[in-house]
Design a binder for this molecule. Structure first.
Ligand SMILES: O=C(O)CCC(=O)C(=O)O
Ligand SMILES: [Fe+2]
Length: 197
């Protein structure tokens, strides 16, 4: 590693990585339990976080519900929270205080997508530090629908295997490419903390 010129006494983070993924973190039966949390009465057309203007079909088209923190869902908060804290400890070292917002369940049908964006931005989403996405559908269940990250000029796809958990800093550009066949489901969680310093 090249020495830093004129160091300010801060350690560097050699383990930092744009994306971390854990294949097979959730079992098939965990995933069935998660999918059953879909709350059709409170299903919404996804809105853009951090804005009050509502939906923008050119950036995002998908349906979402939010998982309330209650006795039958608390296990999912625990499993994602523990993994996020461990990953943060090993890789990022951010200050984390808890989840930002309830867990989001998303359904992408044919024609649905979420174009390039960051989960971090002005206003309340400036508290987001780490984003977590869980693949709830097997690769063979849909076509298109790749979760991709912009790493320099390359769109890098992550594994599509059911039960994979992907963790990444909320400021990294990412997208879900349009679904051309089938249905893709995911859980997205955000871990939040005080402003960057
Ligand atoms: O569905 C996913 O895996 C990711 C969706 C996403 O980027 C988001 O909801 O912010
Ligand atoms: Fe996102």
């Amino acid at each position: 590693m090249n020495p830093i010129v004129f160091p300010f006494n801060q350690p560097t983070r050699p383990n930092f990585s744009e994306i971390v993924y854990y294949e097979g973190f959730f079992t098939a039966s965990d995933i069935e339990r998660i999918k059953s949390m879909w709350d059709s009465e409170n299903e919404e057309k996804a809105t853009l976080s951090g804005t009050k203007e509502g939906t923008d079909d050119t950036l995002r088209k998908t349906k979402v519900t939010f998982v309330k923190e209650q006795p039958d869902s608390i296990w999912l908060y625990h499993r994602l929270g523990e993994l996020g804290i461990r990953c943060n400890h090993e890789r990022y070292g951010y200050d984390l205080l808890g989840f930002h917002h309830e867990l989001q369940l998303a359904r992408y049908g044919v024609g649905d997508f979420f174009d390039w964006h960051m989960d971090f931005g002005a206003g309340e989403i400036s508290h987001r530090k780490l984003s977590i996405s869980v693949q709830l559908s097997g690769s063979e269940e849909y076509e298109g629908g790749d979760l991709q990250f912009m790493i320099n000029q390359n769109a890098v796809s992550v594994p599509r295997t059911k039960g994979t958990v992907v963790i990444f800093p909320s400021f990294i550009l990412h997208r879900v490419t349009p679904i051309t066949q089938g249905l893709r489901q995911s859980v997205v969680a955000w871990l939040a903390g005080p402003p960057y310093r």
